[in-house]
Design a protein around this ligand. Structure first.
Ligand SMILES: [Fe+2]
Ligand SMILES: [Fe+2]
Length: 194
């Protein structure tokens, strides 16, 4: 399709701080790698990976205002944890700021924070890349990177499990989409009743 990646990078740099910009480049490269490995559209993975956090710098108040503007349905959890909205809002901003209308790219960006059931290969590549890109440093990341080279579904399952554990350990609100996404993969792997 011929997206102008260099222009996107320049514009993105104005929206994010240095650390998040570096993270975005890491997600772009890792998403492309996973797309090649598992057969997703590489160019879409590049664009979605690069721009997935384009709404990350907004304050909670601004995210809630933007959700209203874009008519994103809010529930109690989103109102109390507005950072979850940076995915769905990012999906609108990529069209408004970067002129991207591609629904698959927009969906991968929308889902990158929470996950969802029935994720496409592109959605999965971007979600996992966000978790394991080279700048990420947390306990278990090496294991996840290794798993990502072997089995996409297992790596995703581990990512969801680790997100859910993180949320529970800190007493934060657990978003049901993430739970559904986790159960969906477990059932897909055929080990739901173990
Ligand atoms: Fe994000
Ligand atoms: Fe991210």
């Amino acid at each position: 399709m011929g997206y102008d990646i260099e222009f996107f990078k320049k514009r993105l740099k104005e929206l994010l701080d240095e650390k998040r910009f570096k993270h975005s480049i890491g997600v772009m490269e890792t998403a492309m790698h996973l797309a090649i490995k598992y057969g997703a559209d590489v160019e879409k993975a590049q664009v979605a990976g690069l721009l997935h956090d384009c709404a990350k710098s907004y304050s909670d108040d601004d995210l809630l205002k933007l959700a209203k503007k874009y008519r994103i349905e809010l529930d109690e959890i989103l109102i109390h944890a507005p950072f979850l909205l940076h995915g769905p809002i990012g999906a609108h901003l990529v069209e408004e700021i970067f002129g991207i209308k591609d629904q698959e790219i927009k969906r991968a960006i929308a889902l990158h924070t929470t996950g969802d059931v029935n994720m496409s290969l592109l959605d999965e590549a971007v979600f996992l890349a966000d978790y394991i890109e080279p700048n990420r440093d947390f306990k278990g990341v090496e294991e996840l990177r290794r798993l990502a080279e072997e089995n996409l579904d297992l790596a995703l399952l581990k990512s969801f499990d680790s997100t859910i554990c993180y949320v529970l350990e800190r007493g934060l609100l657990l978003y049901e989409k993430t739970v559904k996404a986790r159960n969906h993969i477990l059932l897909k792997l055929g080990s739901g009743g173990k």
